[in-house]
Ligand binder design. Structure first.
Ligand code: NAD
Ligand code: MLT
Length: 314
């Protein structure tokens, strides 16, 4: 009997690969870092493909999809998959939305503290032989207002943790019920502008969509408090990078902590030159638990879908 073939184009946890192989009728090939051209040539030879954010599944890749039936995203964001093009070809797109929630939440908390106290800069300074305590003056989070844009899984978990810091929490998310925010002790605002005006720290937890791309530009930054702190562990492009650069340079924004970029890796990105911008290389989901979580969920979904059992569509 011919086996199903699954191609994995980014690194995923062994636990997920084991689930696929345990199925006995599935063959797995791993090609992390595969080029767009090579992928286009071979994609039609596989029944399913598993990606993370390193592979973009564009419409041209799906022009001749061969036997491809499933695109599985070992993570939440589907902004790197052309869902419309996939649907037109009858290809199922699925993700693993709950697997890395806490990993991304905890990175956000770390980034918030790093930005408020300039921890990465202090670390580099001391490692370089300096002992400069005056330079690293921070901002206390207690009693400050945290603005959460996008009160979904990660936003909600950030809210719960930030409450224990004694922060007042407001959120903007036009797609959730007020009662959800209330149950978290969060004040849900009717518009983004109000959140921008009153928050001392703003953190973003929306998907990247037509609506959220460039949600924050010069115009929105002008509404913010002087010395605001910005955290983005969601997607590059939600905050316009040029405008963020200017605001960090002028001091309008005290510090920003960013895990994600418009173009990844952000080679030559001028944001990286700034001392008050702290960065990580899209590691929001990178915990043992988070990676195991998404790999297991996506592998189980793919096994089910290939065998005609029920699965959750994205
Ligand atoms: P989620 O779907 O649970 O939450 C997203 C929330 O954003 C929803 O409540 C939705 O209503 C809200 N939203 C959508 N459009 C909005 C808008 N225009 N304004 C305000 N709110 C809006 O998703 P999640 O699991 O919390 O993940 C959020 C995002 O975080 C993902 O889409 C992904 O892009 C990103 N993410 C990044 C990493 C990382 O490695 N850095 C890891 C996991 C997730
Ligand atoms: C996600 O959307 O789940 C994240 O970007 C995590 C990732 O793919 O590394």
């Amino acid at each position: 009997m011919e086996k199903f073939k699954v191609l994995i184009t980014d690194h995923i946890a062994e636990e997920g690969i084991k689930i696929l192989l345990d199925s006995k009728d599935i063959e797995v090939e791993e090609k992390p870092g595969i080029s767009h051209e090579e992928l286009k040539e071979i994609i039609g030879n596989y029944d399913a493909i598993i990606t993370r954010s390193g592979t973009t599944i564009t419409a041209d890749l799906l022009e001749n999809p061969g036997k491809l039936k499933i695109i599985g995203r070992a993570g939440v964001g589907l902004d790197n998959v052309d869902i419309e093009a996939a649907s037109k070809k009858g290809i199922i797109v699925m993700n693993a939305p709950t697997g890395n929630t806490l990993a991304a939440t905890e990175l956000t908390m770390g980034m918030m503290l790093a930005a408020a106290r300039k921890i990465p800069a202090a670390h580099i300074s001391l490692k370089n032989g300096e002992w400069n305590r005056k330079k690293f003056m921070g901002i206390q989070l207690f009693n400050k207002t945290l603005g959460i844009v996008g009160l979904g899984r990660i936003g909600s978990n950030v809210a719960i943790r930030a409450k224990s810091f004694g922060m007042k929490i407001v959120a903007y998310d036009p797609y959730i019920k007020k009662s959800k925010a209330e149950s978290l002790g969060v004040t849900l605002l009717d518009n983004l502008e109000d959140l921008l005006k009153i928050s001392d720290v703003i953190t973003f937890h929306t998907p990247l969509t037509k609506e959220t791309k460039n949600m924050i530009t010069k115009k929105e930054i002008e509404l913010m408090k002087d010395g605001v702190i910005l955290v983005n562990c969601a997607r590059g492009g939600i905050i316009n990078e040029n405008d963020l650069y200017d605001a960090l340079k002028s001091g309008k924004v005290f510090t920003a902590a960013i895990d994600v970029f418009e173009k990844e890796p952000p080679k030559g990105n001028k944001l990286l030159e700034l001392d008050n911008l702290f960065v990580t290389p899209h590691i929001g989901a990178n915990t043992e638990e988070g990676q195991k979580g998404v790999a297991v969920i996506i592998a189980e979904q793919i096994v089910n879908a290939l065998h005609g059992k029920s699965y959750i569509n994205a």
